[in-house]
Design a protein around this ligand. Structure first.
Ligand code: RUB
Length: 308
């Protein structure tokens, strides 16, 4: 029974399943399968399964939100709990599946005809905006960064090519060189904090800096399950640091006195973000608190009592 969860966890850890939205959907699908397979002690087994999935990658809050959503199941007995957990998993999966279409439509409206867009890494939400904008004649060309060390930019240009969208692949360090040729930056999100900061693939904050300097609007495409309730409770986002072997070959790693670091994400302060495109609207980063409170249903105080 636990094989379902262990195998899924390994796929997330090794990045066979990657990207915040895909990870979240995959976690909900896995919990659904697991719930269907659990024969007894439903709560205990579900809690263990949730824990295993949660401990795979620390940064994208979508994983936490997906698991939490399913784990808020209710019921008088195991059968009722199972039914409710499966229903909640299906609801969450539908949330992931429907958000992109709305984000695409809303985001595309912000882009003027024949624009050049730059994107970073491989974000399904950012690509939803870019593809819809292309269909509407708003995007003419896309600059995609390579996104070292895992080269998610290759996935992006493949996807753009399949959609018939003219694309230019550049190395990450060429962002400032090309930013003058760009009308908008559109990126995805792993996490949006309660104070409106964006946590996304390493290098995102450098692009935001270059965009601000060149007065290029910086747009974030983020489903509301990318907003972090944990940050409302004061927690800091954990930035995943992956193995140094992803960055440099053994002969470099073995050099005396040389350390190789490989943080996978960075933080972009809200001052650099023009708009966050969510499935419930185009909002300023300052509204992150409201999304966490109203949409995700979290609050530090409930009926006057401190909840944490
Ligand atoms: C992926 C990444 C993506 C976000 C958003 O990092 O940083 O920009 O997850 O993607 P990794 P999406 O490849 O390390 O998982 O919009 O698809 O959720």
């Amino acid at each position: 029974m636990y094989q379902i969860v262990e195998e899924a966890a390994e796929k997330i850890r090794t990045m066979e399943v990657r990207g915040a939205a895909r990870i979240a959907k995959f976690a909900a699908e896995t919990l659904k399968k697991f719930a269907e397979a659990v024969e007894s002690n439903f709560d205990e087994n579900m809690n263990k399964a949730a824990e295993i999935l949660l401990n795979t990658r620390p940064t994208a809050v979508s994983l936490y939100n997906a698991i939490n959503y399913v784990m808020r199941y209710e019921g008088e007995n195991d059968a009722e709990k199972r039914e409710n957990a499966v229903k909640r998993a299906e609801e969450f999966i539908r949330w992931v599946e429907t958000a992109h279409e709305r984000i695409g439509k809303i985001g595309a409206r912000r882009i003027r005809k024949n624009s050049v867009v730059m994107t970073h890494c491989n974000s399904s939400a950012a690509l939803a905006v870019i593809k819809e904008a292309f269909r509407e004649g708003r995007v003419a060309e896309v600059f995609a960064t390579e996104s070292r060390p895992r080269l998610q930019g290759h996935l992006t240009v493949r996807e753009l090519s399949n959609a018939g969208i003219p694309a230019t692949l550049i190395v990450d360090s060429a962002v400032r060189y090309f930013i003058e040729d760009v009308d908008y930056v559109v990126v995805g999100a792993d996490t949006i904090t309660a104070n409106g900061a964006l946590i996304n693939k390493i290098g995102t904050s450098q692009i935001a800096l270059a965009a601000k300097e060149a007065r290029v609007p910086f747009m974030v495409a983020a489903e509301t399950y990318k907003f972090s309730p944990k940050t409302l409770f004061g927690e800091l986002v954990v930035i995943e640091e992956r193995d140094a072997s992803e960055v440099a070959p053994p002969e470099i790693l073995s050099l005396k006195g040389v350390r190789v670091r490989n943080p996978a994400f960075d933080a972009t302060p809200r001052e650099y973000i023009d708009v966050i495109i969510t499935e419930i609207g185009a909002i300023p980063p300052e509204m992150a608190y409201l999304v966490i409170k109203e949409r995700l249903g979290y609050a530090v105080f409930e009926e006057g009592e401190l909840k944490i």
